[in-house]
Ligand binder design. Sequence first.
Ligand code: 1Q0
Length: 215
Amino acid sequence: MVDSENQKFCLQEVLESFKSCLSPEKEIYIEHYVSGWRGLVKLLNSLGSLFGFISKDAVSKTQILMNFLKSENGPHYATVQSMVKFELDNKLVDVDKKGIYPESGCRTLLRLHRALRWLQLFLERLRTSKEDDKTSVMCRDAYNESLAQHHTWLIRKSAGMAFYGLPVRPAFFEVMNVGTPEQVVDVLGKAVPLLYEVYQITEELYQKHNLLDLP
Ligand code: 1Q0
C-alpha cells in the first residue's frame, strides 16, 4: 500500500482539494478539507525531521476528523456546517472547559482552521516576496500574526526554532513542484483567495455559534 504522507508534494493538488471542498451553497466538505491538509503534510514531511512534531499533530487532527467521517455518524460529518449542527444539537462539544469530549470534531477542526489563517498569510508573503527574502522570516511573521496567540510558550519556541530550518526561497519554490518561479507566483495568486474564502466561511460559522474559543 502506498503511504500517501510520503508521496511527493504538489501545490496544484493541494489547491484542487481546497477548491473541491466548497459546495455550490458554500458548504465545506470535510473530506476534501482534510485531503488538502494531508497534501500539505506531504510537503512538511519532505522538509525533514525538524518539522516532525508539527506534522504529527496535523496528521492526528486529520485522522480524528476522518474517523468521524467513517463512523456510523459519518453523514453528519460530511460538511463543516452539518458537523457543527450535529455536535451542538447532541451536546457533543466541550464548550467552556475540557470535559468528556476533548476531541470533538468542532474543536479539532478549529485547530486546523486557525492554521489555515497562518497558511494564507504565509503564502501571501511568499507570493509577494523578492528572491532574497527569507522564508523563515515570512513564516515567523505569519505565525506571530495568527497561530502563535493560541499556542503555549513551549510550542512557540519549538515552532520558532523549526522555522530556521526552512529552505531558502528558490529551494522552497522547487519543492512546490509547480514549475518556474513565475508559475509558482501565479498559482499562489489563485491559492491565497481560495484559502481565504474557505477560512472566512468557517470563521463566520464558528463566530455565529460562539465556537471560536473551544478548549
Ligand atoms: C513550512 C513550515 C511549517 C510551519 C507550520 C506552522 C505552524 C506551526 C505550528 C506548530 C504546531 C505544533 C504542534 C502542536 C500544536 C498543538 O498544540 C496545536 C493545538 O492543538 P491542541 O490539540 O493541543 O489544542 N495544534 C495546532 O495548532 C494545529 C497545527 C497544525 C499545523 C499544520 C501545519 C501543516 C503544514 C503544512 C506545511 C505548509 C507549507 C506551506 C507552503 C506550502 C505551499 C502551499
